[in-house]
Design a protein around this ligand. Structure first.
Ligand SMILES: [Zn+2]
Length: 134
């Protein structure tokens, strides 16, 4: 089966594989392309590009990022600077920074995949790693 967006072969033969997202109201199975992240449904054995009508909201990672940054600041303000607060505050700041970068520079596709309950595609994973320099 070829992805209708990028023509990469995606396994849709087994309904229980990880690219299977569920069924729509008509009982047609949804799949997600493992390469480009396109979502499509299978109708009469043919793939049709579909939109689930949901979009990742940019303010979600931005708000999350700011919240964790503020939390990190509070840790230092309340308990001062010592090895333990360095670890906890550092991790909070790191997590907050990652979320903030995704919110600011992430593409709509990356946002969709991070905020929705779908398996992340290779394209979005690469973008996430590039943004956060992992
Ligand atoms: Zn594709």
């Amino acid at each position: 089966m070829n992805c209708p967006e990028c023509q990469t072969v995606t396994n849709v033969s087994d309904h229980e594989n990880k690219y299977f997202l569920g069924k729509n109201v008509d009982g047609l199975p949804w799949f997600k392309c493992s390469a480009c992240g396109a979502i499509f449904l299978l109708q009469d054995g043919l793939p049709k590009v579909g939109k689930r009508g949901e979009h990742g909201k940019r303010f979600v990672p931005v708000t999350t990022g700011l919240f964790f940054m503020a939390l990190s600041g509070c840790v230092f303000l309340i308990w001062g600077s010592n090895p333990l607060t360095m670890i906890i505050g550092g991790l909070l700041a790191l997590y907050g920074g990652n979320a903030l970068r995704v919110g600011i520079w992430g593409s709509q596709q990356l946002l969709d995949e991070m905020t929705l309950d779908t398996e992340r595609s290779t394209k979005a994973t690469e973008e996430y790693q590039k943004i956060n320099k992992l």
